[in-house]
Each structure stands twice: as C-alpha cells, then as structure tokens.
Design a protein around this ligand. Structure first.
Ligand code: EPU
Length: 434
C-alpha cells in the first residue's frame, strides 16, 4: 500500500485538466452490455474503479480492447446473466450491470451489495422499479434472481426518503430501453451522469424523452446497436481541484470544469469569498490569491442541481480554515463525516450534531499522519494537507485511486509538494495502526 506525503503551504498555480467522470463511466460501461455490437467509449478515466468494472464486463462475457488513448472498444456479443459476489462486494457500483442484464437477457442473478463506510446504501428503489416494470424478483442466499420475461413497462415513482437515486435511475433506464411498452419514471435523478447515460442510450437506438428532467419516458425497442461515446468530464474532480486552488490561496484554471455541472458548488465558493470566473465554456479559473480570509457558509447536500454530497468532505476541509461558524448538513448520506475525526487530528474544530458538521474555523491546521476512510474523505485530507503547516502523511490512499486519476501528479504539476511513497517510507512512529 502506498502513502502520500504532503508538505503544505505552497500556493497552487497553473492549468490542469480533469479526466472522464467515474460516476458516468461506470454505468456507460454497463450499458455496452445492452448490445451484441461493438461500442467505443472514449475519455475513460484511469482509475481502479474503471479497471474493476472492466473485470465485471469481462466476467459477463464482453471482450475489451484498447482503441487509442483512454478509449476502450467493448463487444458483448454473448453474455451470461450471473454476477458473482466477489465482484459485487469489491465495488458497490457494480450493481449497475443489473439493469443492463435485465434489459438484454430478460434475466439476471446478482448479489445484494450490502452497505459501505458512508452509510447503509440500500437498493430497495432499484428493486421496486424493476418490479414496476413487471420483473419477478426472488431473493435467494443473498442474491436477487430476476425474471423479466413478462415485463411490459409501466409507471415508476423512483423517489425515496433521500430524494432520487442515481444508480437506481441508471438501472431502470437500462432495463426499460429494451422492455416492450412504455415506461414513465418520475423523480428520476437529474445528475449530469444520468444525462450522459441517456445520450449514449439514444445513440444506441433507445427512445427516451424528458432527458435532463425528473420525468423520463421510455418507449422500449427490440434491439440496440453499437455506438461511439465520450465520457463527460468529472465534475467532482473539477470541484476538488478548484478547492485546491482556493484553500492554498493559489490561482488555477481547471479545464473540463463546467458551470452547468457545478452551479450550487460555485455559488457556495463565491459566498465563501473565493472568486471564480469562466475562462471559456470548458474551463473555470479560481482566484484563491484574491480571496483574503474565507467567509463562513452553510451547506446542505441535495440531489442535483443541489450541492453534491461528493464535494461535501472537501468543502468541509476549507471551512475548517474559515473564521466563524459554518454548518454542513448531509441530506444524502447523514453519516458521511468520517473525514471529521481525521481533520480534528490536524487541529480542526468541527463537531458533529446528527446529520450536520459544525465547523468553527481555526487560523491554521498542522500536518499529521491521517487515515483515508473513503474516496471523498481522502480528497478532503489531501486538501487539508496542502494548506497545513508541516508534513501530512495520508494512509490507505487506495480509496483515492478509486476516483482521482493521477491526483498527486496533477497537484505536483501545479506546484504542490506531494509525493506517493511506498508504505515502508512512512515514519516508524506513524505506522502500525489499523
Ligand atoms: N437510496 C435508498 N434506496 C435505494 C437507493 C438509494 O434509500 O434504493 C438512498 C441512499 O442510501 C442515499 C440516497 O438514496 O441516501 C442517494 O443514493 P443514490 O442511489 O443516488 O447513490 P448511488 O447511486 O449509490 C451515486 C454515486 C455516489 C454519490 C451518490 C449521490 C455512483 C457510482 N455513485 O451513488 O458517488 O455519492 O450517487 O450523488 O454513481 C462517490 O463518487 O464518492 C460516490 C459515493
């Protein structure tokens, strides 16, 4: 296992590009199972999650070969319906092959994924949606046996107590595009990653209207064909990099950052006193150097276009250094605050009250050995390390590698003092924990 050593204090400067969006790429890869014709997917990010999804597709029978830089040619000529627990257990998002298998094969056998460190993460809405399509679903020994041979489409309300579901919407869409009849989904997720999926499905011959809205109407077709598609840029990586510019009082331009993907986030950055400007329609420049002292803000995470939960931990790292009181409330994953105890080790004053983190900004953080617990918490610790005095050692960075492409290389190119080292380089007094 590698670790990151960060020597904080450098103001980041320069221009950097984001990679393809992890959370768009995973369902897009699953969608290639919907056709026996080849698909070419471009701008596939080099992440452990993409490689893992590749293993799942190959397990289902797809053949995958490179088609140029960051491009994969995928041909799922013949596939089979069963996905083993070892694969689903390692990556929760593997559940998004379920809708594709149901659509294409009219049957699937897929294990229930279980919870994860950010919360319980049930899939009751996915199951409800498939039942409304007409699927029969039996739970046997921890797996769902799905029979879609009689499914005929229908009306599906997909909202739950935390709002819409992103991978649930992806699953129902993928099942519905090859289901006879008409399906209407209300309270569909409106995240840009769902739009991207709809756009690829339409290229494959799917008939979907209402794209981008919470009401999607799908007219099932008998067959889909191959297509070429490019994954949208990663808005969460973009937001994280903008925060790196802000927290270090630097000046960086993030190419691939799109205002329409980041509206609520940019609004809060501006409210915190950090100027951002559109360089062109594909790039945003953050002027942390002009920000002075940050202003406290209150944040509530919500489904898109609200403030994204996947940028909550990173923004909290900046609020730890913002004088005054800021309140961050999680409405998607009420317990997603594993970064807070680690930030406290660096000197942050943050209290957790139910689904809220209350940050009383301190004037400085101090470097410390810290432990990453999930993908976005890891990014928050890197952000804190960039701004802290002294050395921060981030352990368990395999979490970071799931969703950030060459993160430390990008930050080093912007002037950060950050290196990836083998765990053996960790100072002896910091190692040995669990
Ligand atoms: N929920 C239910 N029932 C369901 C499905 C979801 O109650 O059947 C709840 C969840 O427990 C959660 C809320 O609804 O409280 C939203 O969950 P959603 O289904 O939208 O999450 P997801 O699709 O499993 C995706 C991203 C997450 C991101 C969330 C929210 C992917 C692969 N994952 O998860 O990304 O946090 O949407 O935007 O797209 C990350 O990238 O770090 C990450 C965790």
């Amino acid at each position: 296992m590698d670790v990151l050593r960060i020597r904080g204090g450098n103001a980041l400067k320069g221009e950097i590009s984001v990679g393809g969006a992890k959370n768009a790429c995973l369902p897009l890869l699953a969608a290639t199972l919907l056709t026996d014709e080849p698909c070419v997917l471009r701008n596939v990010p080099e992440l452990s999650d993409s490689r893992f999804m590749r293993q799942i597709l190959e397990h289902q029978g797809a053949e995958i070969e490179p088609a140029g830089a960051n491009a994969w040619r995928i041909c799922a000529r013949e596939i089979h319906p069963k996905t083993p627990y070892e694969l689903v257990r390692k990556m929760r998002a593997s559940i998004c092959v379920m809708g594709a298998l149901v659509g294409r094969l009219k049957q699937a056998e897929i294990p229930l994924p279980g919870g994860c460190v950010i919360g319980p993460r049930p899939i009751d809405l996915h199951i409800k949606g498939l039942r409304k399509l007409g699927c029969e679903i039996e739970n046997r020994a921890g797996s769902m046996l799905i029979d879609a041979s009689k499914s005929r489409g229908g009306y599906i309300f997909l909202g739950g107590r935390y709002g819409s579901t992103v991978t649930g919407t992806a699953n129902i869409l993928m099942a519905a595009v090859l289901t006879p009849g008409t399906t209407r989904i209300d309270s569909a997720a409106c995240e840009p990653e769902i739009l991207d999926l709809c756009e690829m499905l339409v290229k494959m011959g799917a008939r979907i209207s209402g794209i981008g809205s919470p009401t999607l109407k799908i007219r099932g077709v008998a067959k889909l064909h191959g297509c070429e598609h490019s994954v949208i840029p990663d808005r969460i990586e973009a937001g994280t990099l903008l925060l790196c510019g802000a927290i270090t009082h630097g000046d960086i331009t993030v190419r691939g950052a799109k205002t329409e993907h980041l509206g609520a986030f940019l609004d809060k950055l501006e409210e915190a006193g950090v100027p951002c400007e559109n360089v062109d329609e594909d790039a945003i420049r953050v002027r942390g150097d002009l920000a002075g002292t940050f202003k406290p803000v209150d944040i509530v995470t919500l489904p898109h276009p609200g403030f994204p939960t996947d940028l909550q931990a990173q923004f909290t790292a900046m609020l730890a250094l913002t004088p005054g009181i800021s309140i961050v409330t999680e409405r998607i994953y009420p317990g997603r605050f594993m970064h807070v105890p680690e930030l406290q080790r660096m000197g942050a004053e943050i209290a957790i009250e139910g689904p809220s983190a209350i940050a009383k900004g301190v004037s400085a953080l101090s470097g410390a050995p810290v432990m990453a617990s999930d993908l976005r918490a890891s990014a928050a610790l890197v952000l804190a390390g960039l701004a802290a005095g002294g050395e921060t050692w981030v352990q368990r960075i395999y979490h970071l590698d799931r969703g950030y492409e060459k993160f430390e290389e990008k930050l080093a190119a912007l002037g950060a003092d950050i290196v990836r080292l083998p765990e053996s380089e960790l100072p002896a007094e910091f190692s040995g924990g669990d």
